[in-house]
Write a protein that binds this ligand. Structure first.
Ligand code: 13P
Length: 257
C-alpha cells in the first residue's frame, strides 16, 4: 500500500455504535479486534451502548483499543432517573465520552448549554469529551453554518474555558450522518480549518492540538481521501463501524507502512 501522506500525525478512529449491537455480537467483534495489530499512530475508541460497557472492561484489559460512553449526565448523582454519571463511567473503565451528538441535540432537545454542562462534568472527572458539532442542510445552504458551528463551540468554551484544550471535537454535518452523502473534500477542508481557527481564537497555544475528527458517512471508500485533508485528525464512524470486517479495513487503510 502506498504511504499515507499524513505528515506523521496521529489519527483517531472512533466508532459510535449508537443503539445497535448485542452482547453476543460485541463479544465476537472484540475477539476479532483483539487480533488486530493497531499501529502506534492510531488511537482507536469505541462508544458502545451503556449496558455493554462491562463487556469492554472485561475484554479490553490488555488491548490498545479504548472505549467510552455515548452520553453523560450533567449532574453528579441523585434523583435523575435514567441518567449515568461520570463516576459510573469511570467505574466501567471509560476514558472518553461523546457530548452533543446531533441525535441528542435534536431528539432529546439538548441545548448548547446542556452540552456544555455535560462536557464540563466529563472534564471534572478526567474523561476526555468528544464534543460533536454540526450544521443541518438548511443551515449549510443558507450560508449560516459557520455561525452555527461557532455558537456550538462558544457555548462549551464559555463553560470549560482553559479545559477546552483537553477536549476533542467531532465535526459531523447533520446532513451527512447515515445518508451516504459526504461534503466535498474542499468543504471538509474549509470547515475543519474554520473550526481550528475558532479554537485558536480562544487563546492558548495548546488549543492548536485539539484533535478535530470528521464524522458522517465515513466508509472504507472515502476514509483515505478525507484523512489526507489538513486539520482532519481522525474520524467518528457510525454505520461502517458496526461490522468488524469493515472497521478493520478502515484501520488498515489508515495504517502507514
Ligand atoms: P454514520 O457514519 O452512520 O453516517 O454516522 C456518523 C455518526 O453519527 C457518528 O457519530
Amino acid at each position: 500500500m502506498e504511504k499515507l501522506e499524513n505528515g506523521g500525525k496521529e489519527y483517531i478512529v472512533a466508532a459510535n455504535w449508537k443503539m445497535n449491537m448485542s452482547a453476543k455480537a460485541i463479544k465476537s467483534f472484540l475477539e476479532e479486534m483483539n487480533q488486530v495489530e493497531i499501529p502506534k499512530h492510531l488511537r482507536t475508541i469505541i462508544f458502545p451502548p451503556y449496558p455493554y460497557l462491562n463487556i469492554f472492561q472485561k475484554m479490553l484489559r490488555y488491548s490498545r483499543i479504548t472505549y467510552g460512553a455515548q452520553d453523560i449526565a450533567k449532574e453528579e448523582k441523585g434523583a435523575y432517573t435514567g441518567e449515568v454519571s461520570a463516576d459510573m463511567l469511570i467505574d466501567m473503565g471509560c476514558s472518553y465520552t461523546l457530548t452533543g451528538h446531533s441525535e441528542r441535540r435534536s431528539y432529546y432537545a439538548e441545548t448548547p448549554e446542556i452540552v456544555a454542562e455535560k462536557t464540563r462534568a466529563a472534564i471534572m472527572h478526567s474523561l476526555t469529551p468528544v464534543i460533536c458539532i454540526g450544521e443541518t442542510l438548511e443551515q449549510r445552504q443558507s450560508g449560516r453554518y459557520k455561525e452555527i458551528l461557532k455558537a456550538q463551540l462558544d457555548a462549551v468554551e464559555a463553560s470549560v474555558r482553559e479545559s477546552m484544550g483537553v477536549c476533542m471535537i467531532a465535526y459531523e454535518p447533520v446532513w451527512a450522518i447515515g445518508t451516504g452523502v459526504i461534503p466535498k473534500i474542499s468543504e471538509i477542508r474549509d470547515t475543519h480549518k474554520f473550526i481550528h481557527e475558532v479554537l485558536i481564537s480562544y487563546g492558548g497555544t495548546y488549543r492548536k492540538t485539539v484533535p478535530i475528527l470528521y464524522g458522517g458517512s465515513v466508509s472504507e471508500k472515502n476514509v483515505r481521501e478525507i484523512a489526507s485533508v489538513k486539520y482532519v485528525n481522525g474520524f467518528l464512524i457510525g454505520g461502517a463501524s458496526l461490522n468488524a470486517e469493515r472497521f478493520k479495513t478502515i484501520i488498515k487503510l489508515l495504517s502507514v507502512d
